[in-house]
Design a protein around this ligand. Structure first.
Ligand code: UT7
Length: 320
């Protein structure tokens, strides 16, 4: 017995930062950003904080699932940077929604939401839980070098959530990691210990875009293929793919290596950019709320990101 998805939710900041406005911040232009990444605009926190986004996404997922906060047995929040170093963002969510269950964070960068589904699956398998809240949220605008045009144009803020209940909706899942902090990393920042000065690095994202691109296309195409194979399915049977929304060219290149028709890949990158751990659950919620998903649909999801990590799965949609 594993889980099925009972409900979804999302939360993005109100402020829309367009490519044209981005061109007033760094030396870039709408045409470059659109053609190189597929991004037209992104949402950026102004009054919102990581906890605003995570809590709102969680509350909306609970409402959609018709599940109360008191019914939850576990909360996992996938994020690289919650409101506090401690407590975990999942504990902040727990307090805000009025739950009483165990809660912890998980850091697998953009693959975090799918990593969290795999962890949740283990809790269901051991019959430790009946209802689990999984949130994926990141506040990337707070970890960017706003003078580095090669990175700051690519990311946005946002979070999504899913409530899981017992069921047989998860058909396959696998996760990978290869330790590599040369091509994608966000350093911790200055060490303020007075007895041990280790120099300071600004806590902003550094990325070798080309290396990440190559990793991403390979991880997404191979990951989707393995997830579909492990589920005992043929690629043509997959109704929808929810790819991590990092770059439309990565999605196109991965899709070109597979037999799943390109129109079955859901893409909302134009509106949000790369929201890291928020990317897949935001897309899942939009498909759910827009009525795109039908019971019985087979959905393949695939993500990659800092670590370098990757994760892919297949679920059967079966929501009341
Ligand atoms: O969740 C994981 C997160 N990361 C990713 O998914 C990133 C994966 N990588 C990528 O998506 C792509 O590599 C990028 C979108 C980051 C870059 O695309 P690219 O086609 O690999 O461009 P490039 O880095 O080779 O840069 C091409 C040119 C350079 O100019 P020169 O050297 O050819 O004169 C850059 O300086 O584009 C320039 N450039 C820009 N120009 C205008 C870089 N950023 C910008 C910009 N606006 N924002």
């Amino acid at each position: 017995m594993s889980f099925r998805i009972l409900g979804t939710g999302k939360s993005v900041p109100d402020y829309v930062l367009t490519n044209d406005e981005m061109a007033t911040i760094v030396d870039t232009n709408d045409e470059w950003i659109r053609t190189r990444s597929g991004i037209r605009e992104r949402r950026i926190c102004t009054t919102e904080t990581p906890s605003t986004l995570a809590t709102q996404a969680a509350e909306r997922a609970l409402k959609d699932a018709h599940v109360s906060a008191q019914e939850l047995d576990l909360i996992i929040c996938a994020t690289i940077r919650g409101e506090y170093i401690s407590p975990a963002e999942a504990c902040v969510i727990q307090k805000n929604i009025g739950a009483t269950c165990p809660a912890f964070d998980l850091n697998a960068a953009c693959s975090g939401f799918l990593y969290a589904l795999d962890v949740a699956d283990g809790f269901f398998a051991r019959k430790r839980v009946k209802k689990v809240l999984v949130v994926g949220m990141d506040n990337m605008s707070n970890s960017l070098d706003w003078q580095d045009r090669s990175t700051c144009v690519l990311f946005g803020d946002g979070g999504g959530a899913a409530v899981l209940g017992e069921g047989d909706g998860l058909l396959s899942i696998h996760i990978t990691a290869q330790g590599d902090y040369d091509c994608l990393a966000i350093p911790r920042g200055e060490n303020t210990n007075p007895r041990y000065a280790n120099g300071s690095q600004r806590p902003v994202l550094k990325m070798n875009g080309r290396d990440v691109y190559k990793f991403a296309v390979n991880a997404m195409s191979k990951g989707l293929q393995k997830a579909v194979d492990d589920a005992g399915l043929k690629q043509e049977q997959i109704n929808w793919v929810i790819p991590h929304q990092a770059n439309i060219r990565i999605i196109d290149a991965a899709a070109a290596k597979l037999q799943i028709p390109r129109e079955r890949y859901f893409c909302n990158i134009a509106s949000y950019g790369n929201t890291s751990a928020g990317s897949i659950p935001i897309a899942l919620d939009e498909m759910n709320k827009e009525g795109i998903l039908k019971n019985g649909d087979l959905i393949a999801m695939s993500a990659f990101g800092g670590g370098l990590t990757s994760a892919s799965c297949v679920i059967r949609w079966n929501k009341d």
